[in-house]
Design a protein around this ligand. Sequence first.
Ligand SMILES: O=P(O)(O)O[C@@H]1C[C@H](O)[C@@H](CO)O1
Ligand code: HPA
Length: 292
Amino acid sequence: MYPETHTGYSYEECRATADWLLAQTAVRPLVGIVCGSGMGGLADTLKDQVAFNYKDIPNFPQSTVHGHAGQLVFGTLKGSPCVCMQGRFHLYEGYPMQKITLPMRIFKLLGVQTVILTNAAGGLNEDFKVGDIMIIKDHLNMPGFAGNNPLIGPNDERFGVRFPCMSDAYDRELQQLAMDIGNELGYGDFLREGVYCVLGGPSFETIAECRMLHKLGADAVGMSTVHEVIVARHCGMRVFALSLITNQTVMDYDSEEKANHEEVLETGKSRAEQLERLVSTMVTRIGHNNYC
Ligand SMILES: O=P(O)(O)O[C@@H]1C[C@H](O)[C@@H](CO)O1
Ligand code: HPA
């Protein structure tokens, strides 16, 4: 009834991958983290690491993008058990959406309750600067408008309902927690909140596209995260996501600026330390507040 490309992995196949991982590590993660482009250093901060190369994990796709190492790292962040994707998958790599988002279902079956996602994004909001960290409060799913959604295909109720709500996709308590921690850490000058818009990539946006996205209400544009968020919410995990504004998008025909992946990775490096501190402090507070 459904074309092969839309069937994704069955519950049993996801269970087998999760059980394979659980059999090889004693870590029982409550928090799952996804590292955006150039932000893989976050995984290196985990203690007592057990790391798996994606190519060795049954059913896992491979990372093909520079700045995405391709490892699943288990360990603890200040005592809290975590699993961290050091590298994610994108639509433009040629994978179907069900494959890009498979790790979210594996997280769920590993016992993860809260997912923290990071990404690199281009700033559309004129008040944003390169190096700003934007707490994502909502998203625009552009591929979704064209009928591309990771939940297309048969629905297995063991994961979630056929028609999941997305008006509460980004957990408001976690957004407030991030804002509080950011202010405590002295990040007030570069901590923002806003709406993230996903496009398919890999080409960066035209000037007309950036102007349109900004008018539609997007503060930042990127090529990931939203599909993972949809699948994570579908299976009932709490979600927090943030964008590092790695470049300002070009909105002006007189501008000489050109978006490029090297700048994205460079900005990632220059904010790595603050980003890691923000995420690791959040992980410890989530535990202390008994959110998980
Ligand atoms: O994985 P993220 O969303 O951080 O990666 C962004 C989008 C493209 O993959 C790449 C463009 O530089 O960075
Ligand atoms: O300007 C951008 N556009 C889309 N994706 C991105 N990822 C980092 N910067 C950008």
